[in-house]
Design a protein around this ligand. Sequence first.
Ligand code: ZN
Length: 254
Amino acid sequence: MELGGVANWNGKAKWYEGSIRKMLTNEKYKGDVLLQKTYTVDFLSKKWADNNGQVRQYYVEDSHPAIIDKEIWEEVQLEMERRRNFVLKYGIQKLDYATISNPFTGRVICGTCGRIFGRKVWNSTDERLRRYIWQCNGKYPWKGKKGCANRHIDDGVLYQAFINVFNMMLENKNYFLGKWKEMRESDNALVQYKAKQFAKIITEIGRIKEFDVELYFALTEKVFVYDGGRLMVVLLDGTEVEYAVQNYGKNYLS
Ligand SMILES: [Zn+2]
């Protein structure tokens, strides 16, 4: 069997994003084969072209042992589609830019104008006064259009919001477990997966006092920032939780 995308692998687990992505989108890896994917245009020149319906395609299920479990494969397709849609919707380049040290990149959205919030450093020269803040990318006037009036928020607010939202879910565990049980009946493999994963997390993990980046990535899709210090955290199961920044007036209205 041809391994295509895994060819880079040399026994030292050297994976490249490109080959993983190629592998995760190639149906061969889940054990199926789509025959006649390309077809010969001219038998003399031996030129091949993609088959866009000119020749009938045959989809053969279970033609060989699967490398990736079919269910996981289906979930991955849906997750990649979700990311593509997210990136298109909010005009960002790539959702994968979020990192462990800056997990909110590309995920904080302005509740006033719908654009992305970006992180800025204040007082970068004086360490004692240094602050990270998030503000709307549409803040400044551009091409004669007025800038967005939404105010900035402190970096720490986002971390605290996630901690509080997670603990709130724990306090309402039974409600959420009921909701996820229903979601497991869904036809959508990704919805089913998330419901299963969320239920597992909530039964295994207790109250948190500190931000946990792995937990955050597993649960959170985006955070909306509205005027007046109100946030809305949107989780990957579709749950939306409102959160009011404490002492917003005192700290942010200068
Ligand atoms: Zn805005």
